[in-house]
Design a protein around this ligand. Sequence first.
Ligand code: CTP
Length: 419
Amino acid sequence: MRTEPADPSASVADPLAGRRILVGISGSIAAVKLPLVVSALAQRGAEVRCVLTPSAAQLVSPVALASLSRQSCCLDADQWSHRASRPLHVELAEWAELVLVAPLSATSLGRWVHGLADTLLASTLLATEAPVLAAAAMNTAMWAAPAVRRNWELLQADGRVLPLGPASGLLACDRRGDGRMAEPPLLLLALECLQLWGCRQDWAGQRLLVTAGPTREPLDPARCLTNPSSGRMGVVLAQAARLRGAEVTLVHGPLAVDPQLLEGLRCEPVETAAQMEQALVRLQPGADAIAMAAAVADHRRQEPLAQKLSKEALERELACGWQAVPDLLAGLVARRPAGQRILGFAAQSGDVLPAARAKWVRKGCDLLFANPIDQVGAGFGGDTNQGWLLGGPAGEQRLERGSKLAIAQQLLTALRAVS
Ligand code: CTP
């Protein structure tokens, strides 16, 4: 007898499972976060090998990394050996299918872009042909220094590298500013993007406006009308677009995703549909494309009440006093400037396609992604999704169940192609 797996996402192939991933760690205090990343990769079934620069080995334990990666850790002293038939940097460079350099220090960045091969990590980076995700971390003034700016630009021009600039925040040197390495959840998401899409920057020069999450419509100080959307689909779509080169603005309701996944996005948090509508009216003219992934509430109270209602009063209240929320997506379509591409989403239960076809016609957007919300491994909350894309080059296209990121990549490709 066939049974559904306990974890609905378990049967969907993880893009990082089985991949050979080389993790290069250089000398910045952010190196202390790498054991978390290495452990997560190993638990997801990736083969992981770590290379540390001498300064990194002072900050994070090679013994811990060897244990977490289930492989011996590689240091400069291991590079040449009379027992090895090939130099270690060449062996590692050819073994790797994906490379993560995190943290990338100012020194390692400089070595790399100027072709200096005087550490095991530097030689390996020069020798590898695998795509590399590079997450910079350093002191704010160092990051702003003209020499580092020039080196970072050189790295950005390298078509085999996906550079992840640092975030702003409190640094270990007690300064506040740019320099914090992307947090582990974002590093893992970006690695997944690298595996699925490589370093191609097909959204470069494009401004994408994304909405995500539910809206929350207050009734009284103790109650509201909302829905179970976590916002994950919109957030991963926004990050994937950013990593494909887009300038992304994310308008989002109250989210239930790791806030570290929002790093690097220009965020406009809102609560109600009215606030979302105001943000959209303001931001729409500056967008080349829009992805309306938010689960906007359908009704709201004309005026939220200042006092909490009693149960009896609530019953009377629910029978009247509510108004329909205007359709924000239809409004975007009605106001759109020439050339703006719009992707809508549809949450469906039951037979997805007939309802989705009618919704696509009614909303008038270029593309509509319709996903079931009453099936295992799709819809609200989880890590996976599936559904139908209407309006793409293939007409009605079935998107098989995959991670929300894998679905987002397909939607971005279709949205970019709308003429
Ligand atoms: N949407 C919107 N404004 C609303 C309701 C929905 O902009 N007031 C957008 C959603 O962001 C999504 C699309 O319309 O992109 C479809 O949303 P969905 O909830 O599936 O459909 P509804 O229009 O609410 O219709 P129904 O509830 O009847 O399925």
